[in-house]
Design a protein. Structure first.
Length: 361
């Protein structure tokens, strides 16, 4: 019997002893919540609690890697290159990395966003309670890698929580290495004390190279990598090597994200203040979300994979990107979600009577 099965069996026995029967899916969610809690919300880097971080001077943080001439930038042309921002100082630097590949689908991608919104609210509540500053970056990846939220823009966590629900699904291959290259730039670019990457994926990478070496570099930079694996098609060896640990959060399906969010909320409900995160944000002065990208965006050459919406309609998307940030997006209806994932761009509406000639990628 595997270690995971032993753990699951042990959980069933404990639950039964307490009169609370749990199935395998529920136990996996509970284990995932425990792993995330221990990795993200438990004391880190010798700090006893978030309260001890709050007692730090706001700028008593480690300097950005650029100050030591050790700032990383990818050498390949396809990965976004971010400028460092050592003047942006924070206690906690968090980068959320979302898998937007074709195997995920739009509905499941939206489930990731719902979970991320809850996660950011939990962290944001702690930050507001203990007067911490959190630098937040967000990476969305499929074949290409994009940056909806750049930590150098110095957005307040309340502003970031609002933008999460508006992020867009793309479709394509799984370029985990490219996503981690961008995450490393984000964590090195700001001056911070506590660094975390949270990677959500449903499968193994199939383009962009091996993600393990860049994950090793991120850990050598002093960051903690947390992986949330979804489904039965994940590459366990790859994930364990990315984390350098056998303990990663694994849930059965994207539907479990709701239960995972509930579990994490329960674990972090104790607080010295009674206000909710939204109430705290309403009582806090902060600027509206800003992208801080100055260059003009460039429209992509191909439409995305056809994606089914919640109401069953099929759409394709094309993005206008500047420095990895999606500045604008076009969409058009698909006749069916079974069409090829990419078509050349044409200056006429997509319809069932005129399907563009297929091209290989």
């Amino acid at each position: 019997m595997s270690c995971l099965n032993l753990i699951l069996l042990f959980g069933v026995l404990i639950s039964a002893a307490n009169g609370i029967p749990m199935n395998k899916k529920e136990i996996k969610v509970a284990l995932a919540a425990d792993n995330i809690q221990k990795s993200m919300f438990a004391p880190q880097f010798g700090l006893r609690s978030y309260d001890s971080m709050a007692k730090m001077d706001p700028y008593a943080v480690k300097a950005s890697s650029i100050s030591s001439h050790n700032y990383y930038q990818p050498q390949d042309d396809s990965t976004p290159k971010l400028e460092a921002c050592p003047d942006v100082k924070c206690h906690v630097s968090l980068t959320l990395v979302f898998d937007s590949s074709g195997s995920v689908g739009k509905t499941d991608f939206d489930s990731q966003l719902d979970f991320a919104e809850t996660f950011v609210e939990i962290l944001g509540r702690k930050a507001l309670e203990f007067n911490l500053k959190v630098c937040t970056g967000i990476v969305v990846y499929s074949t290409d890698v994009e940056v909806p939220v750049n930590p150098c823009c110095d957005n307040h966590i309340c502003a970031v929580s609002k933008i999460i629900k508006n992020m867009r699904y793309h479709g394509g291959s799984t370029n985990t290495a490219g996503a981690l290259k961008v995450a490393r730039q984000m964590l090195q670019g700001t001056s911070n004390h506590n660094k975390h990457v949270i990677l959500i994926t449903d499968g193994k990478s199939n383009t962009g190279g091996d993600p393990v070496p860049i994950a090793n570099d991120i850990r050598e930079d002093g960051a903690k990598i947390i992986v949330i694996a979804v489904g039965n098609n994940v590459d366990e060896n790859e994930i364990k090597n990315i984390m350098d640990s056998d303990e990663y959060a694994h849930i059965d399906s994207f539907d479990s994200f709701h239960d995972l969010a509930v579990e994490l909320t329960k674990k972090n409900k104790e607080s010295s203040i009674s206000k909710s995160f939204s109430e705290l944000c309403e009582a806090t002065e902060y600027d509206d979300f800003k992208s801080c990208v100055k260059e003009t965006c460039k429209w992509g050459s191909y439409w995305s994979q056809c994606a089914a919406t919640r109401i069953g309609s099929c759409y394709q998307f094309k993005n206008c990107v500047a420095s990895g940030v999606v500045m604008d997006q076009q969409q058009r209806r698909c006749y069916t979600c079974r069409e090829e994932s990419r078509y050349p761009v044409h200056n006429f509406p997509y319809n069932r009577h005129h399907i563009p000639r297929k091209r290989s990628i």
